[in-house]
Design a protein around this ligand. Structure first.
Ligand code: SF4
Ligand code: SF4
Length: 548
């Protein structure tokens, strides 16, 4: 029997889970049109590989991963690409984002199978991670972090792989129903993930208010003899938060700003394990998931929903009246996001659609503007499971002092909403934190953009300088042969002159028969020369000389 630990803070909430667990999960109806946002995960958006008018098959790749931290998208059904355009998505900003629209043909024709794996244990961990990556699997617990990245310990030892089935938020029952109905597949997915990270131990954690899920799992573990421990954890919110769950199970705290792998832990949602099983065993990418439809609907239940199905279709299928809707929340009442229209599609991280109408008021933490001033009662700090000071965060977030708000560890806040829930002044604290986080990310993005622009400018300047240098070198090179030619020319002239001098010297042949003369001959010559000199002197005499 494992000894459990406690975390500070947290709140006890009413579950509201019974209604949606009365009926078995059913496949959601195929909508006429599916809307696939390109960004359904943490990281960069996927990049379309299809064009308007293309025919696609179920499971076919329609957008590839945009970066290392990203995830590809696959067609949830066969049909035609109608558009690639902006559309409202389930995001706190309420802003539209790029989506691929598929008009379904109703035939549900699958793409050809791409792999057949008979024994996953024979694959290398890297090969398993690649299958998980290519299947577009992200964390289905809500965070949406690409699963294969979390399954890569990068050489670090993984002591324990934890499968999170705590599901502590009110109304949400998709994980519970998945465990009740697909325990064997979840277990198989867990063993595949264990192989991918080479973990020594495996734990499946389930809140102690889900006995049927615990029984279903325990039976499959018995039948298969898998070395996996099922642990029931206390029903207190937010037990299902990764860091709190690790603390409860092991007594270890993930350091501020750190990751579970820093203390030898890896934590995944049960839905992610099911998706891994389908990808490895059945060669099916992540194109559907379990979603709870609860609140103001006639038949609260879980549906197996194709990614991209508009929420309005799901609400209608569960007997909701779309005309009387007051609010639709994607997620639970504590951490969910209210959307402006039910045309928003279910995405990979959509675990619950909570419908609120005049007939059914969902007891939410304070989210409205009717709040009173902070009275510094400190109840928010007592409830905070991360040991933060929510009121200080609130002051600085409200004052838009984004440096100070980070000094108070804003980014350690898991947005659990416990502070909201207990605040007697009904201050929508989490909204302030989300806004502040969004602003800080915006500023950082702006800074990154400016840095990139500066780097581009510097690169441009460097390129210009290099080109200038290269031009100068080219000119110099051109000039150099001229100078060299000049030298050659000079040398050639000198050589020619030398040749002329030599020739001339050769031509200055001494007069013939002037050697070996007898004295008489010499005397005659001298006399002739004297005569000549005299004659020359006479001819050279100028008129001026004569006048003189
Ligand atoms: S609980 Fe509300 S009123 Fe009390 S200190 Fe926190 S923010 Fe202020
Ligand atoms: S929302 Fe953030 S600040 Fe508030 S209780 Fe949860 S972790 Fe603490």
């Amino acid at each position: 029997m494992r000894r459990l630990h406690q975390f500070k803070g947290g709140v006890v909430l009413k579950g509201h889970k019974k209604d949606s667990t009365l009926m078995p999960t059913q496949p959601a109806r195929l909508p006429a049109s599916l809307v696939l946002p390109l960004k359904q995960h943490i990281g960069s958006a996927a990049e379309p590989v299809v064009a308007v008018g293309d025919k696609v098959l179920k499971g076919q790749l329609i957008a590839r991963a945009g970066d290392t931290i990203s995830a590809p998208l696959h067609a949830p059904s066969s049909g035609t690409i109608r558009a690639i355009a902006n559309h409202p998505v389930p995001h706190p900003s309420g802003l539209p984002a790029p989506c691929i629209f598929i008009d379904s043909d109703g035939e549900e024709r699958w793409r050809p199978r791409q792999h057949q794996i008979f024994n996953f244990a024979e694959l290398r961990p890297l090969e398993l991670r690649e299958i998980i990556r290519d299947a577009g699997i992200v964390g289905l617990g809500g965070a949406g972090f690409p699963a294969w990245v979390k399954l890569d310990p990068e050489g670090r030892e993984v002591d324990t792989l934890i499968l999170n089935g705590a599901e502590c938020e009110p109304y949400i029952t998709c994980d519970e129903m998945l465990l009740r109905e697909r325990a064997l597949e979840v277990l198989a997915g867990l063993l595949m993930m264990r192989h991918a990270v080479q973990a020594k131990h495996c734990i499946i954690a389930i809140e102690n208010n889900k006995p049927k899920a615990v029984r279903a799992l325990a039976e499959e573990i018995r039948n298969t003899g898998a070395d996996v421990e099922v642990v029931e954890v206390p029903t207190i919110y937010p037990t299902g938060s990764e860091k709190q769950l690790i603390q409860i199970l092991t007594g270890k705290e993930v350091p501020s700003g750190g990751l579970p792998i820093d203390i030898g832990m890896v934590c995944h949602n049960v839905g992610t394990a099911y998706a891994v099983y389908r990808a490895v065993e059945l060669d099916q990418p992540l194109i559907s998931r379990y979603v709870t439809i609860a609140g103001s609907v006639a038949h609260a239940r879980n549906l197996e929903v194709l990614i991209g199905t508009p929420l309005g279709n799901l609400i209608e299928q569960c007997g909701g009246n779309r005309q009387t809707l007051q609010r639709v929340i994607v997620g639970g009442p504590m951490m969910g996001v209210a959307v402006h229209t039910d045309a928003v599609p279910a995405i990979k991280t959509t675990n619950c659609v909570l419908v609120e109408s005049a007939m059914h008021d969902v007891p939410l933490p304070s989210r409205d503007a009717f709040s009173l001033p902070c009275i510094r009662c400190g109840q928010c700090a007592d409830a905070c499971p991360i040991n933060l000071l929510p009121q200080q965060l609130y002051w600085y977030a409200r004052a838009q002092n984004y440096d100070r708000v980070q000094d108070y560890h804003l980014f350690d806040c898991i947005e659990c909403g416990c502070c909201d829930y207990v605040c007697p002044s009904q201050i929508p604290l989490v909204s302030y934190y989300r806004h502040a986080k969004g602003k800080i990310w915006e500023q950082e993005e702006e800074k990154r953009r400016a840095d990139r622009a500066r780097q581009r400018h510097q690169f441009h300047e460097l390129r210009l300088a290099r080109e200038k240098k290269e031009r100068a070198a080219r000119h110099k090179k051109k000039r150099t042969p001229v100078a060299k030619g000049g030298d050659d020319k000079k040398a050639a002239i000198e050589a020619a002159m030398a040749r002329v001098r030599a020739k001339k010297a050769a031509q200055e042949v001494p007069p013939k028969n002037t050697t070996d003369l007898t004295p008489a001959q010499q005397a005659k010559i001298d006399a002739v020369d004297a005569e000549r000199a005299k004659a020359r002197q006479a001819t050279e005499t100028t008129p001026a000389d004569e006048e003189t």
